[in-house]
Design a protein. Structure first.
Ligand code: SAM
Length: 218
């Protein structure tokens, strides 16, 4: 089996709206291929399913399940007036963002409904009830201070020994982008002593759990 994205699924990933450059998606796919036989993958921040297609492609190849958590109401930076707003994902009746429909279409078109399971809700609420060790945790949710801090506190300890914590939009240089994923997820993960960096592509950082086990507080 090759570790590159199957070409049919790469086409679906390219076509989906979202925020996952192809080289970073390829890394996500590769680390999911490596880990999925050890347990489920969980993504925080689904949006329209672009990154979930890279993760789901690995599940189609080796088996396993990808959970993807999002309230589908958009992050701060997706709201009207902000840089990443897209009027095509606003529910006209409610006047609120709703990316769930686009996500379902993209996953169905890609044929990944068996592999990718949407969990619709606040990341903090889902995390508070979560009890399952994760072979790979990919954090790409709200990029403000509060959601970044909460995602680290709520999810990172569920990565199993040898599993990966992947973090998107990590910018050590403030000139390149916002600080919270770097300051409130990446640095605390390294400072905990539980994780060691193993791969970098663009703004995607991959850390491996090298101390402790799933569920142990960091
Ligand atoms: C940067 S986008 C995710 C991009 C996606 N991974 C992709 O490949 O295109 C961030 C997503 O996180 C979600 N989000 C932000 N804060 C959240 C929270 N507290 N709980 C659940 N989802 C949240 C937003 O609704 C948004 O869809």
């Amino acid at each position: 089996m090759t570790d590159t994205m199957p070409s049919d699924l790469l086409d679906h990933a390219r076509a989906a709206k979202g925020f996952m450059p192809e080289d970073e998606g390829a890394l996500l796919h590769r680390i999911a291929l490596e880990r999925l036989t050890h347990g489920p993958v969980l993504e925080v921040g689904t949006y329209c399913g672009k990154s979930a297609i890279y993760l789901g492609a690995a599940a189609r190849q080796v088996g396993g399940t990808v959970f993807t958590v999002d309230h589908h109401r958009g992050s701060e930076e997706n709201q009207a007036g902000w840089e990443h707003h897209d009027t095509s994902v606003v529910d006209p009746e409610l006047g609120l963002m709703d990316t769930l429909g686009q996500f379902r279409k993209n996953i169905a078109r890609a044929g990944l409904e068996e592999q990718v399971v949407a969990v619709v809700g606040q990341s903090t609420t889902v995390a508070a009830h979560w009890r399952t060790p994760l072979s790979l945790l990919f954090i790409d949710g709200g990029h403000g201070e509060e959601p970044a801090r909460a995602d680290f506190a709520g999810w990172a300890h569920w990565v199993e020994a040898g599993g990966y914590l992947a973090i998107h939009d990590v910018f050590p240089d403030p000139a390149d982008g916002g600080r919270p994923p770097y300051e409130l997820i990446y640095l605390p993960a390294l400072a905990s002593g539980a994780f060691t960096e193993v791969a970098v592509t663009g703004s995607l950082r991959v850390l491996q759990r090298t101390q402790g086990s799933a569920g142990d507080r960091l």
